[in-house]
Ligand binder design. Structure first.
Ligand code: ADE
Ligand code: ZN
Length: 334
């Protein structure tokens, strides 16, 4: 319980959260009923019992099934507003939210339906809680590059409201190099780029994300530590790693939180910060992730502040906004 008051009080930015991964079982049941969609569970308890994962794929199978109940613009709005409510409670003041268009367009839901629901929630969250946000569209890496190109084309009418593209889903066997051309096209169109790499996949995938996809951040990246030269490169580049501690524990990337490398990476000078990934599935939102590592790794006040500072430094907000939040963090006394 050390430092919990500080963690609560720190302003934080969340840079790695999949909006489909914030779908709480209660809301899933509610929307399933509203849309008259069958789900293969009898109760909220039964859903939660199914959340017993042994690797990334075992989670993804359930995560994609859950998203099937989302059909209307209002569903995407409700999903995002529920997440923003958690942000407000955790003092997350800025978020850069991933969404997976292909999970929905493959089921016949229009890109526009997904996007406009999320966008309206972003506007309302700013008005209601003062929370700012950006949207990042991810390509599903288990699908083809051609499919990603098609998604990029569908995004064109909304381009000015999407800050970047990302890469998620089943990592092993789907290296960043598979998406080199579509990322080049996305960059040419003005999108920033990020990519999941080094979660379950090897350090070689992190090199590829840097060299071929020209990313501004690596999502996860915790396996980078296995390659000393790569770790050095990340430090030199000041390349952010959007680390997700509870996710790593639940998906067995680490066996115990006391073995998590976020503190070691921080001490070496890597720009790591804390994120929740898929909080409805992994047992906690931003502050729960902070509590878990603060307790297991005995983090100091200074280290906790540094993690929060990194979250703003690594964000896509403008320099003046960054400095405003960083100054608040530096001056915070709890
Ligand atoms: N999609 C949602 N969460 C993910 C994760 N942790 N890794 C890869 N793809 C994801
Ligand atoms: Zn993720």
């Amino acid at each position: 319980m050390r430092h919990h008051a500080l963690i609560q009080a720190l302003p934080k930015a969340e840079l790695h959260v999949h909006i489909e991964g914030t779908f709480e079982p209660e809301l899933m049941f509610h929307i399933a009923q509203r849309n008259q969609v069958q789900i293969p569970y009898a109760s909220v308890e039964e859903v939660k019992q199914a959340y017993d994962f042994h690797n990334l794929q075992s989670f993804l199978d359930i995560y994609y099934a859950g998203a099937n109940v989302l059909i209307y613009e209002q569903d995407f709005y409700d999903l995002a507003m529920a997440y923003f409510e958690k942000c407000a409670a955790d003092h997350v003041v800025h978020t850069e939210m991933f969404f997976d268009p292909q999970t929905h367009t493959a089921r016949g839901i229009a890109f526009e339906t997904v996007f406009e629901g999320l966008w309206r929630a972003c506007q309302d969250a700013k008005a209601k809680w003062g929370i700012s946000s950006h949207l990042i569209m991810c390509f599903l890496r288990h699908l083809s590059e051609e499919d990603a190109f098609e998604t990029l084309a569908q995004a064109a009418p909304f381009k000015d409201r999407i800050i970047g593209v990302g890469l998620d889903s089943s990592e092993v066997g789907h290296p960043p190099s598979k998406f080199e051309r579509v990322f080049a096209e996305a960059r040419a169109q003005g999108y920033l780029t990020v990519a999941h790499a080094g979660e379950e996949g090897p350090p070689a995938y992190v090199w590829e994300a840097l060299d071929l996809l020209r990313v501004s951040r690596i999502d996860h990246g915790v396996r980078s530590e296995e390659d000393a030269e790569l770790t050095q490169r990340l430090i030199e580049l000041k390349m952010p790693l959007t680390v997700c501690p509870l996710s790593n524990l639940k998906l067995c990337v680490v066996n115990d939180m006391s073995q998590h490398n976020i503190r070691r990476l921080l001490q070496q000078g890597v720009k790591v910060m804390v994120n929740s990934d898929d909080p409805a599935y992994f047992g906690g939102y931003m502050n729960d992730n902070f509590y878990a590592i603060a307790d297991a790794l005995d983090l100091s006040e200074e280290e906790l502040k540094q993690l929060a500072i990194h979250s703003f430094e690594a964000s896509f907000i403008d320099e003046a906004e960054k400095q405003k939040w960083i100054t608040k963090i530096r001056n915070l006394a709890v």
